[in-house]
Design a protein around this ligand. Sequence first.
Ligand code: COA
Length: 178
Amino acid sequence: MPVSKDNAEYKIRNVRVDDAEILLEIERSVISEGEYFIVVAEELEKKPVQEEKERIQRRLDNDKETLIVAEVNGVVVGSIEFRSQTTKRLSHTGSVSMSISKNYRDMGIGKALLKALLDWAEENPLIEKVSLGVLSTNQRAISLYKQMGFLEEGRLMKEYKLSHGKYIDDVLMYKFVQ
Ligand SMILES: CC(C)(COP(=O)(O)OP(=O)(O)OC[C@H]1O[C@@H](n2cnc3c(N)ncnc32)[C@H](O)[C@@H]1OP(=O)(O)O)[C@@H](O)C(=O)NCCC(=O)NCCS
């Protein structure tokens, strides 16, 4: 089993439908931090577990999508997913999003999850381009994406407005995998 920088053993595996509850919990707590995603805490609606289970099942049923989780001591601490596009001319692309619980960051788990996703994409002849958007303030994520070979392809300038009148760009990044 791989060991993180802090000597915690972690395991990378495909998602299961019964991960729904913990994935919702992680999503809610990371969004509540208010730093990393577009949605803010007060906009969060309580998503029913059944809805999350259906979302997981859709990822499992779609050859062009994946959802991979990281576990420490048998508990899911983070996940990464790839969502594909249905339009024909975009069908070779898709986008990544990932989250690790606060206490498990900077241990190398995000890098392991992203590597697993890129390995999956490289093996998948249907996927040619992996894309993502990241807030320009998220230096940790941007540094990880660059380390793993992503390049910036542009920015949506001042795309997000913070409540205190500051703006954040949306940095668009990509990696070709075929
Ligand atoms: C972004 C995220 C997925 C990365 O996962 P992680 O497990 O924390 O990342 P890792 O430990 O594998 O790697 C992070 C790298 O960034 C580096 N890093 C950390 N903080 C940094 C900073 N402020 N500036 C530059 N680099 C930084 C680390 O040193 C590490 O690089 P190294 O392996 O060369 O030392 C995780 O931190 C997270 O979930 N954050 C909150 C949600 C989020 O930002 N999701 C992505 C939205 S686009």
